[in-house]
Design a protein around this ligand. Structure first.
Ligand code: TF8
Length: 338
């Protein structure tokens, strides 16, 4: 009788242990600390969205998944963070797709000058099948893409002169994102393109190591570039996406439930971030002027000349991502509502 009981007990213990293991793999949430890094400061559109993402993850996991956010590149430049994610030394980050071109060249397709005409069009393409395909290219490099957030349409600032026509780019020492398409685009414009990580940009402008830079209105405001830049020229030369990524090494060790919580939070934060960014951008020009910058519009004729001039950079994109992907993106852009 006793022996039977022990055997029965052992059997149930064993079987419940097995169930526990499977359950854990499928839907357990374990206490975890997630380091989420980003390059802008806490008072930026990026910082606000990172905070929301952390709150959403805490809420959905009853506080078991704790996201610690690190702004102002305190965990390193975008490049350094990407490497930390690939190596498994950091869990998550958000940064420009442009910085990922060195990891997955497919990302260069978003750097095509004048690719999108509106944010709405960008949303459709990025959130659609081809956007997903480009994101998926990260996996074999050790990263998992979760969602595209908005950095936004980029505009030019500098200290030399207002850029009103193509020729005004001449000789301006312009910081660009470290990526072949950006370097080529601005070389074609006649600028002296200097690739630099964003984390070094303010100091480079302050010390006059470079004359100018290009970024969306939101960043010109939140990074206080108006303190070190005189002219802003409305060029809208390219739409820049951000992308939330996770370390694949780490991600693969999460339960399905944990992955779902994090994925959903990245998307909720995306929807918030796009609205927040657009609202801020609508007010930004007035604020930038208040801060003393001189703002000039660029005429449609001159934008057209810049577009023409930038065409060879499109070839750089095609050489980098391959013609089939480039064409697929073009087709999606044409189909998307403006
Ligand atoms: C750049 C980008 C950056 C962002 C940010 C650091 O100019 O636009 O502002 O990638 O995440 O480097």
């Amino acid at each position: 009788m006793k022996r039977f009981l022990i055997a029965a007990l052992a059997a149930t213990t064993l079987s419940s242990a097995i169930t526990a293991v499977t359950a854990q793999a499928a839907d357990d949430i374990r206490p975890r600390m997630i380091r989420f890094g980003y390059g802008l400061n806490e008072d930026s559109n990026q910082g606000r969205a990172a905070k929301l993402l952390a709150e959403e993850i805490a809420k959905a996991s009853d506080g078991k998944l704790k996201v610690r956010t690190f702004g102002s590149a305190s965990l390193g430049s975008d490049d350094q963070m990407q490497n930390a994610l690939m190596g498994g030394a950091q869990e998550m980050m958000v940064g420009s797709t442009a910085t990922l071109v060195g990891v997955a060249e497919e990302m260069a397709v978003w750097d095509t000058p004048f690719l999108f005409e509106s944010e709405k069009q960008a949303d459709h393409v990025l959130d659609g099948p081809v956007g997903q395909k480009v994101m998926d290219a990260l996996e074999e490099k050790g990263l998992v893409g979760l969602a595209y957030w908005e950095n936004g349409f980029r505009n030019l600032t500098n200290n030399v002169r207002p850029v009103e026509k193509l020729e005004d780019f001449d000789g301006i020492k312009l910081r660009v994102m470290p990526n072949p398409v950006f370097i080529d685009t601005f070389k074609l414009m006649g600028a002296n393109a200097v690739p630099l990580p964003f984390s070094e940009l303010f100091t480079a402008l302050e010390t006059k190591a470079v004359d100018g830079q290009e970024n969306p209105y939101n960043t010109i405001l939140s990074s206080k570039f108006y303190e070190v830049q005189k002219y802003l020229s409305v060029t809208n030369h390219v739409y820049s996406p951000w992308i939330v990524t996770a370390s694949k090494r780490w991600w693969d060790g999460l339960s399905k439930t944990e992955q779902d919580i994090i994925m959903k939070a990245a998307q909720t934060a995306r929807d918030f971030e796009r609205e927040d960014t657009r609202a801020e951008a609508r007010e930004a020009l007035a604020k930038i002027k208040e801060q003393g910058m001189e703002v000039n519009k660029v005429s449609p004729e001159e934008i057209q000349r810049m577009r023409e001039q930038a065409k060879p950079a499109i070839q750089t994109v095609i050489d980098t991502v391959g013609e089939p992907l480039f064409n697929e993106v073009q087709a999606a852009v044409e189909k998307a509502p403006k």
